[in-house]
Design a protein around this ligand. Sequence first.
Ligand code: NAP
Length: 304
Amino acid sequence: MSTVKKVSMAAQGPEFSQLVQGYWRLGAWNMSTQARLSFIKQHIEMGISTVDHAAIYDAGHCETLFGQALKLDPGVRQQIEIVSKFGINGIPASATEKRVSHYDSSKQAILTSTENSLKRLGVEQLDVLLVHRPDFLMDADQVAEAFGALNQSGKVKHFGVSNFTTAQFDLLQSRLEAPLVTNQVELNPINFEVVADGTLDQLQQYRVRPMAWSCLAGGRIFSAATEQAVRLRITLSELAEELGAQSIDQVIYAWVLKHPSNPVALLGTGNIQRVRDAVAALALQMNHEQWYRIWVASKGFAVP
Ligand code: NAP
């Protein structure tokens, strides 16, 4: 099997594997620590060296589970690029108090969250730290101060954002010396607003690669009973046949990766065979008309 190539995320930025394993659902996979380690190593063998985390995933538990696996074989750390995120303070829906989940990108919140992520993962440094979601109270100067401190202390190499609008991206970038290295955004055949709202155009303009999250719409593309999902499944199956793909997942990855902003695609599966299928999808070539067939199936109308 061919291995996944590494790509440069931005000028002076890090190199990521073109497919990135996301660990949001790690807690649900019910793997032993040894099984988690071997899952990570199987990815490395395929060339999928970049891993995506966030402080909020299972209230930190996903980072802890990952850190436990790394501890079994500390040499693995040098073979991977670790991305994590800060900024969402979750309050369980079951909480009886009046407090609400909220965003916090104050300097102290960033420093504390990052310190906690490093401890849970059991590593000295994150390759990339992302602002998880735009904080409407974001003070860009404070974020820049926190990023500077984390970089100087060697705790974080590079910084980026997630779910940012183009204006939010430019605001934060205006206070930073080093380029933001990505905007991690939702991109799948059910929701591809970023294709039309300027988000991907901006990244293409700056030659910064997006990270595409929930490429399979969190699994809804296979199960949703909406007219849109039904239309999509029919078109994706037809395209799978035309392209010689083994599954509609592969057609979706080819669709995401065809965008000229050159995204890296996040995987969310805990099933190693589905990871292998995603790797095989990198060989598929989709033409313009095939890409637009998915656009039309999703929208339910033809392009103007
Ligand atoms: P996804 O690939 O869209 O969805 C993964 C889910 O789809 C899993 O439950 C998987 O189940 C299921 N699935 C995959 N193939 C399937 C098939 N052929 N049939 C039925 N179900 C299938 O990815 P995601 O987990 O939503 O997101 C990926 C990563 O993106 C996350 O881990 C996280 O790192 C990142 N993310 C970031 C943000 C953000 O705001 N920045 C938001 C969401 C996610 P199996 O495990 O059984 O295959």
